[in-house]
Structures are given as C-alpha cells and as structure tokens.
Design a protein around this ligand. Structure first.
Ligand code: SAM
Length: 326
C-alpha cells in the first residue's frame, strides 16, 4: 500500500503513453508542436506493463491512459487489452481528444474500457479549429456519438475554459448537459508550460454563476468510488451532469490519490510541481522489481501537501503538459 507523508492513500496512476499529439491546442503546444521525445527515450509497452504490474502490487487499482494523444501511438490497440487484462486493476480509462476515437471504439469496448474522457473545448467548428489548430470538430463529434450509441458510460466531455476564447460558450456546454446524457467537466486552465501562461484565467465560480443564472440551481451529485477531483452537479431536469475541476481556485490536493508516469519514464509526485523521479533509468539498468518498488515509494514520499499555484502568484510549472497528459 502506498501512503504519503500526509496520510493520503495513493491508488491511481496516470500513464502518458506518448508525447505526440494530432492537435496543437493553444494552451498546450506551439503551432508546430514541441520537440518530440526520441523513440528510444519513450517507455516500451513491455516496460509499461511491468510498471503497471508493480504498481498493482502496491495498491494501484485505477489507471488512466493519456498522452500526448494516446490513440496516435502505434500498437496501442494491442497494448490496451494487455493492460486491462492485468489482475487487480479495477478501473482502466482513457483521456482522448476524440479525433481517432470512432475507429478505436470496438477495441476499447472489447478491452473492457467503459468510461471515456474526451476533450472538447468548443462546440463551434471555427472556434474549435482556432483552439486546436485543426478542423476536426466533426470527427470528434462522430466519435462521441458512436461511443454513446455503443453504450460507453459515463462519457465525460472536458472543456478548458479561457476568458475571451471560449467563455462565451458556457451556456452551450451547459445546455448539452441539460439535454443529453453527457458529463460536462469545466477545467480551469493551469499555468503549465509556456502556452497556457499567456491565456486569461477564468475561475470555475464564474462559470457556475453563469450556468445557475441561465438554467437554475445545480444539485450536488453523490460521489462514486472511482470519482476524480471534480465537484459534481446536475440541473433539476438535466439528462447529464456538470462537473467543476478547479485545480487553481479550489485546490483539491488534500484528496490527491495519484501519481503520474510520463512517456519518457518519469514518475511525478504532483502535476503542478517540477519534481520527478526516473523509473526508466533503473529499469534499463536491469534492476529488480524490488528496486522499482523503492522508486514508487520515493515518488510517494516526495508528494507535496499542496501545489503552490493559485492563479495570482504568477508561479508556473515548466513541464510540458503534452508529455504528462493532465
Ligand atoms: N490528448 C488527450 C486529450 O486531449 O484529452 C490527452 C492529453 S491532454 C494533455 C489531457 C487534458 O489536459 C486535456 O483535457 C487538456 O485539455 C488538458 N490540458 C492541457 N493543458 C492544460 C492546461 N494548461 N490547463 C488545464 N488543462 C490542460
């Protein structure tokens, strides 16, 4: 069992399988992309499976795959079923931008994945293109609609809100959760990487106020066993849900139960700090499982009580989101 210095149980691992992405979201990547990791520096699938197996022996029960864009990595359709087949995992999910979702749904379903997080920062084709730098909104919606038809549930739609960019769509997103069974997640933009620092922050309280004024009160939803940090609500006659992930205005660090593994094999105690511990180096030196267990324990010991960002103090994280995956 992994328990940190502050008594938090760590049972959740996010794995970034690649730093490559097929979008260039303005808050995440420069127009021509980041410099890519070298192929040899990226963890191989057998290495990821070994790390996952060790993590499970330490009490990790939940894994989320992320990127870059996880569905662009070659061979991911063979890796995911091998991962979900590992004994002891209770929940495997994936965060995707949805561009390649439709053609991967059968594989995801057969592998036992039920829950999807799909990032969609605009419902307007032109604005979607402006934010992601690609005209792929229709493809993303095809993926979302097919996932719904195939019975994936819940389908969480993640929207990073940016003042003056997409905050005029708050009500459109709200209406979606009112009329359709999607779980909207409003994500506060975090000052991580250079790109996001130049965007105007909008706190989720402001988003909530706008929604309540237009659609009436938000009713709290009871938290489930696999819930993340979102505060969950629904409208009185809403078919879907609204969730707020307010990492900056209302940090949820006291409840943090996660570690992150980057595509190049670093274990991160906290998304919003630059501390990291290499698991790839000892693994490639041929170390035993017991040594890798020690690497996990070290990363857990390094978890801070709380991240230092609050939206005002101008502190930022230098890490690139595309190699961590959110
Ligand atoms: N490509 C996948 C996707 O789009 O969901 C997975 C990787 S992406 C980095 C994971 C999530 O991180 C996305 O929902 C994205 O919007 C979010 N994200 C990236 N940079 C962010 C930032 N600076 N603040 C808040 N969320 C961010």
């Amino acid at each position: 069992m992994l328990v940190d210095r502050f008594g938090r149980k760590i049972n959740y691992l996010r794995i970034s399988v690649t730093d490559k992405c097929n979008l260039r979201c303005i808050y995440c990547m420069p127009p021509f992309g980041e410099r890519k990791l070298r192929h040899k520096d990226i963890l191989r699938y057998e290495e990821l499976l070994r790390i996952a197996r060790i993590a499970i022996t330490l009490g990790i029960t939940k894994i989320r795959l992320t990127g870059g864009e996880p569905l662009v990595r070659k061979g991911v359709h063979e890796f995911i079923p091998m991962l979900t087949a590992l004994e002891g995992l209770m929940d495997v999910s994936i965060t995707t931008n949805g561009v390649l979702l439709k053609q991967n749904l059968k594989m995801l379903k057969a592998a036992g994945i039920k829950r999807l997080n799909i990032s969609i920062d605009s419902l307007d084709r032109r604005k979607f293109e402006k934010i992601t730098r690609f005209d792929y909104l229709d493809r993303v919606w095809e993926g979302i609609a097919s996932a719904r038809d195939m019975g994936f549930y819940p389908i969480k739609l993640n929207a990073v809100m940016m003042k003056g960019v997409n905050d005029d769509e708050i009500l459109d997103f709200g209406r979606l959760a009112l009329e359709q069974p999607y779980h909207l997640r409003f994500i506060e933009c975090m000052p991580i990487g250079l790109e996001a620092n130049s965007l105007a922050f909008i706190a989720n309280q402001e988003v909530e106020k706008t929604l309540v004024q237009a659609f009436g009160p938000l009713i709290p939803v009871l938290r489930g066993p696999h819930d993340g940090p979102a505060e969950r609500f629904r409208f009185e006659h809403g078919k879907g849900e609204i969730g707020f992930v307010s990492a900056i205005s209302h940090s949820f660090c006291h409840d943090c139960n996660r570690l992150r593994l980057t595509a190049n094999g670093m274990l991160l105690p906290c998304l919003l700090s630059d501390t990291e511990v290499s698991i790839k180096d000892p693994m490639r030196r041929g170390c035993l499982d017991g040594d890798l267990i020690e690497v996990f324990r070290k990363a857990v010991r390094l978890k801070p009580s709380c991240h230092p960002l609050n939206g005002q103090n101008n502190q930022k994280v230098h890490r690139k989101m595309c190699s961590v995956g959110g």
